[in-house]
Unconditional design. Structure first.
Length: 327
């Protein structure tokens, strides 16, 4: 493909990433009268809108509403039928706008920020080069600051042959168009428990494999205990103190080996085993930082050793939560 010549544009602030955090940075800088460019390689609105907060809560709401109704005398008898999975998934698709970001693009442009579609890489101090879908390059220069708001991605374990299994991460778990008959969930944190709850409620037979002693280990013990009780009552099989040692797909079936010597069969396997920063391909090496690393920041979120660079949201590893990132 023939690349178009690089063009240069100068802004007060350049934002890498148009998720909720990047959108919020752009909104605030524009309100302060600063010219702002926002670079996004996927969908404007980011993880929260399409593969995390919005679709996960849309999946959970009918499941939890039915569970609550089944505990109420006078109502429980009326809500014993299985959920209409197709209707639940269609409602989920509505919340994600069918993975179309036109509405969020309109909002971002209404702030006065300029959106650049493509992959942005830092190529020097206060400089970002954007490679567009057509291969053409544009060089953006920031008078004041570059804000890295690229978020995080699911962290997969180093298991032989894992890629051949096509495992689910949080993205596949929140966007699947079908309900797997059997689902193995590896992990015991928020993503694992939410998705185990949602898919068990939609008809999957869920097995949760937790390496530690219980669920939600970073929270008060009673929280994990209550969630475990509810999941078990709903029919999920929770196995603590269990690690995955092997995984393979055989004739369409996922076979999961564990350190207890068991082999569990499933239609899909979800790994909810942590997050990694999306900083591996944004040019950190050009300014002396390690690609793929979390960004060390001070209390103003300025990256250590770089007075023009900011790490906002998940990338600074302070609080991997949408609302905290926006704050």
């Amino acid at each position: 493909m023939t690349q178009t010549p690089a063009r240069s544009n100068t802004y007060d602030v350049v934002v890498l990433g148009a998720g909720p955090v990047g959108e919020n940075v752009a909104d605030r800088t524009r309100a302060a009268g600063l010219s702002t460019a926002v670079v996004e390689s996927e969908l404007v609105g980011g993880e929260c809108s399409y593969w995390a907060c919005m679709p996960s809560k849309a999946l959970l709401r009918p499941v939890l509403a039915q569970a609550d109704a089944r505990r109420l005398p006078g109502l429980s008898h009326a809500v014993q039928d299985p959920l209409d999975a197709a209707a639940v998934l269609a409602r989920r698709d509505g919340f994600t706008s069918d993975w179309n970001d036109d509405g969020q693009v309109d909002w971002l442009e209404s702030t006065g920020a300029d959106l650049y579609r493509g992959r942005g890489r830092i190529t020097g101090e206060r400089t970002v080069t954007v490679t567009g879908p057509d291969g053409g390059e544009q060089v953006l220069t920031a008078r004041h600051a570059v804000a890295v708001c690229t978020g995080s991605r699911a962290l997969l374990p180093d298991l032989p042959g894992l890629a051949d299994v096509s495992p689910w991460t949080s993205r596949e778990a929140t966007s699947s168009k079908t309900v797997p008959r059997r689902l193995v969930v590896v992990g015991g944190g928020v993503v694992a428990t939410e998705m185990a709850t949602a898919w068990q409620g939609l008809g999957s037979r869920v097995t949760v494999l937790v390496r530690g002693k219980g669920l939600l280990s970073r929270m008060e013990p009673f929280a994990g205990e209550l969630v475990a009780e509810a999941l078990t009552a709903a029919g999920a099989d929770i196995r603590t103190g269990t690690s995955v040692t092997s995984v393979r797909r055989q004739d369409g079936t996922v076979v999961v080996g564990t350190d207890t010597g068991e082999h569990i069969e499933a239609d899909e396997i979800l790994f909810a085993t942590g997050r990694a920063p999306r900083t591996d391909d944004i040019g950190l090496e050009t300014i002396g930082l390690e690609p793929g690393s979390w960004l060390p920041v001070d209390d103003s979120l300025r990256v250590t050793g770089h007075d023009w660079l900011y790490g906002v949201g998940d990338v600074n590893h302070r609080a991997l939560l949408t609302h905290q990132g926006k704050y």
